[in-house]
Design a protein. Structure first.
Ligand code: OAD
Length: 251
């Protein structure tokens, strides 16, 4: 990874008063977590989201949906944060030490940002490791081995579902509000490892641009927002982020 970056990018990363970051599945790809839309390897490359990631799918076949999400949850035990996650936790520490605002917003449900040391992460799409009952609404963290029965049952007899946002569902209101506030008031917005096609998450970029924030896109492939980026780094986040933050600190 070349560590020659535009000095203006390094300067704004070091001087921005308020940084907002939106991450997607691409930042966890180097940890071995599949993305959704990458051809051949993405979850949606050979699965239909409507069969797995909607409330209707769960009610139609709770066993199939529960098995798929629990399989993804259990895979988290064998993956760990990569250098990209660690670099963002370091950037948060550096910005915080200088009294600069830093908000990390993620669409991911894998918890890898928190495991890398990031704090106050806004989880727009929930968490694979929290399951709740659709009857009594009890929600509990689940970090153990695979459930021993599917669909998963609550003590009250109700069905338990993964604590993730499905297509057609509203995002957690507090999380979305906090994400929108951070995005519309930041002076630097970074979009990292997301195809930026799922709303309202992708709309956070519009909020930042409407506030004349500088916009950095770090993504292997172009996105609908690439043309509006002040800087576009089409390289693996796990390589770019440590190099960029180190170069910014050296300037
Ligand atoms: P996608 O799979 O749509 O996009 C991931 C992006 O990351 C792609 O554009 C890749 O080019 C890029 N990418 C892959 N590896 C990378 C790497 N090492 N470094 C940098 N970029 C890399 O995933 P998301 O944009 O996160 O929602 O998808 C958004 C939402 O759609 C997800 O939260 C999920 C999904 O359906 C729900 O399930 C509700």
């Amino acid at each position: 990874m070349s560590d020659t970056f535009d000095p203006n990018l390094c300067r704004i990363l070091r001087e921005a008063h308020s940084i907002a970051i939106l991450t997607g599945a691409g930042i966890s790809a180097e940890s071995g977590v599949p993305t959704f839309r990458d051809a051949l390897t993405g979850y949606w490359a050979n699965r239909n989201p409507a069969d797995l990631a909607t409330p209707e799918a769960f009610m139609r076949d709770p066993e199939l949906v529960s098995r798929w999400y629990d399989q993804r949850r259990c895979q988290l035990a064998s993956v760990k944060p990569n250098a990209g996650h660690v670099a963002l936790a370091e950037l948060q520490r550096l910005a915080g030490a200088e009294g600069r605002r830093f908000t990390l917003i993620t669409q991911n449900v894998d918890g890898l940002h928190e495991r890398a040391g990031s704090i106050g992460v806004i989880n727009l799409h929930g968490s694979l490791s929290r399951w709740r009952c659709i009857r009594c609404a009890e929600e509990k963290p689940e970090h153990g081995p695979a459930f021993n029965e599917y669909p998963v049952r609550c003590a009250c007899g109700g069905l338990r579902r993964p604590g993730v946002v499905w297509f057609g569902e509203a995002l957690p209101a507090d999380a979305l509000r906090a994400a929108e506030n951070a995005s519309r008031t930041c002076d630097l917005f970074l979009s990292i490892g997301t195809s930026a096609v799922v709303y309202p998450a992708a709309g956070l970029i519009d909020l930042a641009l409407a506030n004349a924030a500088r916009f950095v896109e770090i993504n292997l492939e172009p996105t609908p927002y690439s043309d509006r980026a002040d800087w576009r780094l089409a390289a693996p986040a796990g390589a770019v982020l440590p190099a960029l933050i180190s170069a910014s600190n050296r300037q």
